[in-house]
Each structure stands twice: as C-alpha cells, then as structure tokens.
Design a protein around this ligand. Structure first.
Ligand code: MN
Length: 721
C-alpha cells in the first residue's frame, strides 16, 4: 500500500515540475469519500485508487491521468458528483473520471466468450479519450493483482476469464505489452493453476542449466555484432508462461517439443544498424522460414516497430530475435502511453533528437490543438468503430447495430417476432420513443403486445437491413390481404348481378387460366386491378349470357368515374392508409372533407368509400369490421385542393333569397356544383347544396357566413342521413 508522499515522490522523479497540491487534494478527496468502504482484502477502499495511480505513475503519465486514477471510483461508488469534480479538479479530470465510470458500468455486464470481440469494440468506442482506457486497464491490473482476496472461486474465475478475453487484448491493442503480459499471467493463474505451476517448474529446471545458455547466446551475439562495430544492448528472456501454454495448446505439443522458449532482444543505435545487425545474424545462423517480419518498414497499426526473426542459434536452439532502436524499444514497452507520458519534461529532454520522435511529436501536437477525440484516435491508428453502436439486451447479450440504430432495429435484431410485436421500448430503464437513437452501452428492453403489427412509419427511421426488410415484407402482405378482400367483394358482386351463388370452389377451378397459385391470388389480382372480375366470372361460366347488358345507373357511373380517377397512380392519393392504385371514392352520404376524421369502407365492386367517422351510414357496416380501413387525410403539398361539401339549408321563401345565398357562398370562395330543393312549403324551402371547398374549415366559414344571412333560417352540414 503506497502512501501519498510515496506517490508524489514517484511522480516527481519523472516530472520535477509537479504541483503536488493537486495530487494531495485528490488523495484527501478520495480518502474522505471512500470513508468506511473496504476492499475484499480488508484494506480501506481508497488504497485501491492510489495503487492504480501508482501503476500509471510507473508509466510516467501526465498529471490529469494520475488525478483521474485517484478519483476513478468516486462517481460510481460514492456520493461525489460530476459537479464536485468539476469544481475541485476542473473540466478535464471530471470528463475523464466520468469516462472511466461509464466503462465501469458496462463492466458489470457478463459477457460470454463469443461476444468478447464486440465487447472490446464497445470499450474502445466508449473510451473517447485514450487516457480513459489507460486508467481502466490500470484499474483492472490492480484488481487482478488482488483477485486472490475474493472468496468465491466462480467469481475469481469469471473475472480472470473476462480479463483474458477483453482487457489483455485491449492492452495489447494499444501497445501496453508489459501490462498485457501481467494480465494474462495473473488470469492464467486463476483459470488453470496446475498448468501454470507445471510450466513454472519446467522453466526453473531448464533455468538451472539454461542460465548458461541464455548467457552464452548473449555473449556470442554481442561478439558477432561488436566485431562489425555495432554496439548493441542484448537481453534474453524466456517467453511468458501463458504464451508457452497457448503455444502448447495451439500446436497440440508437449513442453519438451516446444523449441523456442527463449526470445532475445537486440537494441541498437539507429535504423541503419538494425538492418546491419539483421544481416550479420542471418549470415551467421540458419533462419527459420516464415518467421521474418519487418515492422520497421511497415509498422503495426498501433505504431509498433521492430524486426522479428527466428534462427537456429549458437547453441543449436531455435531462438526468436527482435531487433530495434532504443526509441522503438521505449515506445514498444509503453505503447500509446509513451505519447501521454509527461509532456514538458519530455520535450526538454528530447528536443535534440526531435527527428526520431517526429511521430510522437505529431501526436502531441494533435492533442495540444485539442482536436476532437475521434480525430486523435484516428491519428493514433486506433480503430473507433464509429459506424457501429453496441447495446445490451436485458439478459446482458451484446448486440451490434449500425450507427443511429433505434429500438425498432434492436427489436428486429433480437428476433423478427419481437420486432413485429414491438409497441414500446425502455432504454436504460426509461420509456423511450421508438425512433430514438441508441448509444453505446445502452441497455434496451422491448415491450411487445400480441396484437401489434409493424407500422409503415417505422420504415422511415430504421437503419438496419433486417428491420427494413421485415417491415416491407409485412406491408406487402398486408396490402395483399387488403387487395384480396376487395377483389373478393368485387367478384361476389358480379355473381350477385348474374344471379349466381358465389362459391370459392368455383374460383379454385379456374386458377390456371389466371396463372394464380390459389384463390387469394385471384382475389388480390382483382383488387389490385390486374384481373377483371367479370373475366373471372366468364371463365367460370363460359356459356353464360350476361344479364348486365343494361347500362349502369348514372350514380354508379359517376362513382365509377370517381374511383377510376382516384385509381390513377400518377396522381398522389389524398388519403393515407390506402394502397396506391386502390379504387377510392368519397361517400355521397357524408361528403367528407379534409379536416374531418374519416374511415374507409371496402365496398363491393367500387373499391373503398371514404366516410366521415360520424356518418350514419357506417352503422350498416358495424357487423363487418374486416371491411373497415384506418385512413387519414394526406395534407401534403400535393394534396388536391377541391372537395365537395354538402350543406342542408332552410331559407325563407322570399324574393332574392336564393340570390343572396349564392352570393354569400361565392364571396367566401365556395363554388356551387349542385343545388336541389328537397321540399317547399309556403314559407320555407329545404335545400341541399354541394359546394367545392378546400377543407372543413373552409366549409365552416361558409356555414358561419350563411348563418349571418337574414333570409337563411338554418344551415347544417349533411350527415349522411
Ligand atoms: Mn477501481
């Protein structure tokens, strides 16, 4: 357990300009806030964040990162608020601590093996500032170092597995090789103590005789390079226990068969010497094919540079050799953290060899310009996965969705049946609109209802292909069933006109002639206008002489014309909720106008009639709810501007009354298209007037104007009686 003074001393060793008050303030704050909390080891809780800060001080991190480490659990585990941190430690630290807390929250989700990759992406995507991830990894490292204090073996194993699957690869990803190795070794010890023990024993046995081998090889290599005037610092070591174990597993071999358990590192002055040294080594020893990699000419995406090769070395042992300059060596050890190491001291010290540090200096420049985090990460070659968003199901499954995904996309990603029945969503426990955008780490719960069906409006905001294709398929099916209902009604009407009993069996006999698979196909064909109902009838009764030679009534002709006009798909339908191309007309009983609440009724032979919701005629359809369609006005810019409104008017029987009436209507922008006197008495005339108007508001204006006219007794809108 390190104390405050020790931590400050550790930082001052690499950053003499440290203002130690800020560290002291953070230390006191954490100690006070975590008061009364203890670790599994029994130690006071605040010792943990201080140890984490110590790990980051070992990495020579900047002060903001160290302070963040000391405070990293205060937001999540104490009553300290973001505001407190902001006031006491400034915006940068508050933002960093908040970032670490977000990662801590998703950490509590259990993730199964195959989801580890997604989880790693999520952690990267949520670490908007790389320092957030550095603190989290140091946090994990300290928790792993103290994992043996946790009593429950299952819990220890779960945490160890998670470390191995998620945090060690992340550490490697950003070049923290030492931390990666320690995380792996600690996890290995909890997951497979016997294997680790036996490898440890084998290694120490080999080491007894092997110390000389490592030493001999180093001496031989040093002499080889020294003869050419290359001054090299050579170190040799065994591979880690975990990497040996992995190799034994991967190649399914025993420890004895494992040849290259030793790795050597040759650190030279400059890049030229790297290649010179490589040439010397390859000239002196046989190379193992397929093991040569030049990461100097082609650095790894994380910036790692080195030459790797494997040779049959001086003692006839396969040995792995890494050749690099001292700068590369430092970078490789600390990885991306090297670029966050304390800036000022570094700049002074390194200014003379600025050339080799160009990469690092560029990075520091980017950071100092306070560019956006995503830009920074792009420039450090970290992938950010910004085209994806990762969210959790209530069970903790990690679901990968396209960026800007909504709860509907999530629902379809879970299961198409969940998507189809979705009525609502909870995001992080709160009801959220179905079109809200999901964010990384959100927990999403879908509320379903048995009778819900996909809404066509969903198509406007979903972003995943799966959701879109399911919604479209449903709409197509729904359209088909509407067409089919309509087509059946139209065919029934023909049968009725010809005095035949309609049977489905009759229709099923002529499927082939219409290239239909089933009767539904025929109905849908009629409903959508691809098949003429009368042709179907003729096909069933080829010899039948039609009784329908007589002309249809005028009214029917007019409605037919209206229906055809509406069916013209080149013009947008004024009604939403109908299938484009579906025959439609306004009911002549109630003359609905834009602004009225309306309903569509599938009628026999005439398509859909639109009624006002309070039209009396609707009572006739009360028993056949399947014929009702939910429709509404489309008041878009393309909507037609004229509709017929019907008025019932009573006027006084006096000279000029009719003239006044038509003048008032005309002055209010109404155009009379039909006028009928329905009854006359001595004093009053009852009339029915059809007027072209734009909408209900327009008609109401006319009604109001008429009511103000002295010779008009009553005015009302016709209600379909
Ligand atoms: Mn912690």
């Amino acid at each position: 357990m390190i104390e405050q003074a020790e931590l400050i001393g550790q930082i001052k060793a690499y950053n003499p300009a440290l203002e130690q008050e800020i560290i002291a303030k953070a230390y006191d704050f954490a100690k006070e806030k975590h008061e009364g909390q203890t670790r599994s080891s029994g130690e006071p809780y605040y010792t943990h964040p201080v140890e984490v800060a110590g790990i980051l001080a070992d990495m020579r991190m900047d002060t903001a990162t160290i302070v963040t480490a000391i405070l990293h659990d205060t937001l999540e585990d104490t009553e300290a608020t973001y505001k407190d941190l902001q006031t006491l430690f400034g915006d940068e630290v508050a933002r960093l601590v908040n970032g670490v807390s977000k990662l801590t929250r998703i950490e509590s989700q259990t993730v199964e093996g195959k989801q580890a990759e997604n989880f790693r992406k999520l952690v990267l995507a949520m670490s908007e500032d790389i320092r957030v991830l550095l603190v989290k990894l140091a946090d994990r490292l300290h928790n792993m170092r103290t994992l043996h204090h946790i009593k429950k073996p299952e819990k220890r194993r779960r945490i160890a597995r998670e470390t191995l699957e998620i945090y060690a690869p992340l550490a490697e990803r950003i070049g923290l090789h030492k931390i990666k190795e320690e995380l792996e070794d600690l996890s290995f010890g909890h997951l497979n103590p016997e294997a680790r023990e036996s490898i440890t024993n084998r290694l120490s046995y080999l080491r007894k005789e092997g110390t000389t081998i490592v030493k001999t090889i180093i001496d031989t290599l040093e002499k080889l390079l020294g003869d050419q005037g290359i001054k090299a610092e050579i170190t040799g070591r065994e591979k880690t226990r975990y990497s040996i174990w992995r190799k034994m597993q991967r190649k399914n071999i025993s420890f004895e068969q494992l040849s290259d358990i030793m790795a050597f590192r040759v650190v030279v002055g400059d890049v030229g010497q790297c290649y010179h040294a490589l040439g010397m080594i390859h000239g002196a020893y046989p190379t193992v094919p397929g093991r040569f990699k030049d990461y100097i000419s082609t650095p790894k995406p994380n910036g790692y540079r080195s030459i790797h090769t494997t040779v049959i070395g001086p003692e006839k042992q396969r040995i792995e050799i890494q050749i690099r300059t001292s700068e590369m060596h430092e970078e490789a050890d600390l990885g991306v953290a090297a670029h966050w190491a304390y800036k000022q001291g570094r700049k002074k010290a390194r200014l003379k060899d600025a050339k080799e540090y160009r990469w690092m200096r560029e990075l520091l420049d980017i950071i100092e310009q306070e560019s956006k985090p995503e830009e920074f990460l792009e420039n450090t070659k970290m992938e950010l996965f910004q085209d994806q968003v990762y969210v959790f199901s209530p069970r903790g499954d990690l679901i990968e969705l396209p960026n800007a995904a909504t709860p509907i996309d999530f629902a379809y990603a879970i299961h198409s049946a969940v998507g189809d029945k979705c009525v609502g969503a909870k995001v992080n426990g709160r009801i959220a609109p179905l079109n809200s955008k999901l964010h990384n780490g959100d927990q999403v719960e879908i509320i379903t209802a048995k009778n819900q069906t996909p809404s066509p409006t969903w198509e406007r905001f979903v972003v995943s292909g799966k959701a879109r294709s399911h919604i479209r398929r449903f709409i197509r099916q729904q359209q088909r069933s509407q067409y089919s209902q309509l087509g059946k009604a139209m065919l029934e009407k023909v049968f009725q006109q010809e005095n035949y009993q309609f049977t489905e069996k009759a229709v099923s006999g002529i499927l082939g002639q219409f290239r239909a698979e089933d009767v539904e196909d025929v109905y849908a064909g009629i409903g959508s206008g691809h098949i003429v109902a009368r042709d179907v009838f003729k096909a069933i009764f080829p010899g039948h002489k039609s009784e329908m030679a007589k002309k249809p009534s005028d009214a029917e002709a007019e409605e037919g014309a209206q229906a055809r006009k509406a069916a013209d798909t080149s013009k947008p339908l004024p009604i939403k909720g109908l299938i484009p191309g579906m025959a439609m007309h306004y009911a002549r009983c109630c003359h609905p106008l834009p602004g009225d609440r309306i309903v569509g009724i599938v009628t026999s032979g005439k398509g859909v009639s639109i009624h006002t919701i309070d039209c009396d005629t609707l009572e006739n359809f009360a028993d056949t709810p399947e014929r009702w369609l939910d429709v509404s006005w489309d008041e878009g810019p393309d909507a037609p501007e004229s509709h017929i409104g019907r008025l019932e008017v009573v006027i006084a029987n006096e000279p000029g009354a009719l003239g006044t009436l038509s003048t008032v209507i005309g002055r209010n922008g109404g155009n009379i298209t039909n006028l009928k006197i329905t009854s006359r008495s001595l004093d009053f005339w009852d009339m029915m007037i059809d007027v072209y108007v734009n909408d209900t508001k327009h008609l109401n204006n006319i009604i109001a104007a008429l009511r103000a006219t002295p010779s008009v007794v009553t005015v009302d809108r016709a209600r379909g009686r």
